[in-house]
Design a protein around this ligand. Structure first.
Ligand SMILES: [Zn+2]
Length: 414
């Protein structure tokens, strides 16, 4: 499309300016609006869209509109819109807009994230232009540049995931999928960050958690959604995230609410985890959820009380696998960086296929099991050919079974 066709004042809404920057919003569909800005002195442009090359057609059209109507057509405002990064406007020192007059720790963090994501975007574009396979072949540690810059910008979680996926890709170049998936997640995070003014608070929390910023425990305990229940400890799993960092996930399932709560702990180096509950136990008490568009992670509000003499004997779950995959799709629509959905599958049959183990439902569908053969054999032995109930984590590709229930008996699988 030619910019001249878009260069109509009426297309641009919420027009405003601050000093020499003019900006407006350009709705391009029912769901989508781009934020565009133009500096009348330097000619610099900005747009929240992802089209290339720059300046995009929106920014070019907006520049034409500003030039045609003059800066007077834009109402003076004391604050920049949230989607316009301060770093882009280059406004600093004495001429900072009112909102940024007193930079707080939050502002500094915002600027760090902004610069980090700008670097990441440049790197991603370079990788896509040259091709992932070419980059990997030419530079053995090509992911390290991006990962190190992200760590410098305090985005440790994204930095670590990029690095570990990059390392795995370098070792197995014929399996690029996990690495490509993290590149896609990162690209989505850049887009989400640029329009974070339009995200809900819960979605912003998910974005920040993906980048590596989680709210403090005290804040979660004070303001997080609270839920009291009798909780079944349905699975406990430890995982090494990198050489010196381990994660432990303790999954709880509320007897009354039917909701999952995830207690997540980390241990560094030789450090040990604090004791958690044994799988199969029942505990009682209140948890507070971390803010999220699909809340799972939670903290105990007080010490959860273990109910002695009682064990998990049965678990309610989905009989049809498509109920689980459909729920995961809905979850991703709300929280696109969700890595796995906890799920109880009722009356499913473990099977051994040509190469992998799988779980089949009564409708004849099956999903692959993750995590090696020994777990598959354990499940086969546990079921003895009969359908069983299995709890685990579904990541969209594989089901990682963590426990099973058969004939009133709870069986931890890890
Ligand atoms: Zn644009």
């Amino acid at each position: 499309m030619r910019p001249q066709l878009l260069a109509e004042m009426a297309f641009f809404q919420k027009r405003a300016r601050w000093e020499l920057w003019c900006w407006a919003e350009l709705p391009v569909s029912i769901e989508q609006t781009h934020g565009v800005a133009f500096n009348t002195e330097t000619g610099a442009t900005f747009c929240t869209c992802s089209f290339r090359p720059r300046p995009c057609v929106h920014a070019q059209a907006f520049a034409l509109v500003v030039q045609a109507h003059g800066i007077q057509a834009f109402e003076e405002q004391s604050a920049l819109p949230e989607w316009l990064p301060l770093a882009v406007t280059n406004i600093s020192g004495r001429s900072k807009p009112a909102v940024a007059a007193l930079p707080s720790a939050d502002d500094e963090r915002t600027i760090r994230i902004e610069r980090g994501l700008e670097d990441l975007e440049v790197w991603l574009e370079d990788v896509l232009q040259r091709g992932i396979a070419v980059c990997a072949a030419e530079e053995p540690h090509f992911y390290l540049t991006a990962s190190t810059r992200l760590a410098d910008a305090s985005m440790r979680s994204l930095s670590r995931r990029l690095r570990t996926a990059g390392e795995a890709f370098a070792q197995q170049p014929d399996e690029p999928e996990p690495f490509v998936a993290i590149l896609a997640d990162a690209a989505l995070a850049i887009q989400a960050w640029n329009r974070r003014g339009r995200l809900s608070e819960a979605q912003r929390s998910d974005l920040e958690a993906f980048l590596g910023f989680t709210p403090r425990r005290e804040a979660v305990r004070a303001a997080g959604e609270r839920l009291s229940d009798t909780w079944a400890v349905v699975g406990v799993v430890e995982e090494s995230l990198e050489a010196s960092l381990r994660e432990r996930r303790t999954w709880l399932l509320g007897a009354k609410s039917g909701r999952f709560a995830l207690l997540q702990d980390y241990a560094f180096g030789a450090e040990d985890f604090a004791p958690t509950f044994p799988p199969g136990a029942l505990v009682q008490g209140t948890v507070a959820y971390y803010p999220s568009a699909w809340p799972l992670r939670a903290l105990p509000l007080e010490v959860l009380e273990t109910l002695p003499e009682r064990r998990v004997k049965k678990l309610p779950g989905w009989h049809i696998l498509s109920d689980m995959t459909g729920t995961f799709a809905r979850a991703l629509a709300n929280h696109p960086w969700l890595t796995a959905l906890p799920a109880v599958l009722a009356e499913v049959l473990p099977m051994r296929g040509a190469k992998i183990f799988a779980l089949a439902d009564s409708a004849g569908y099956n999903i692959p099991l993750g995590e090696g053969d020994s777990l598959g054999w354990t499940l086969l032995a546990t079921s003895e050919g009969y359908p069983i109930t299995v709890f685990g984590e579904w990541n969209g590709e594989r089901f990682r079974a963590l426990s099973a229930v058969r004939e009133g008996r709870f069986i931890p699988l890890v």
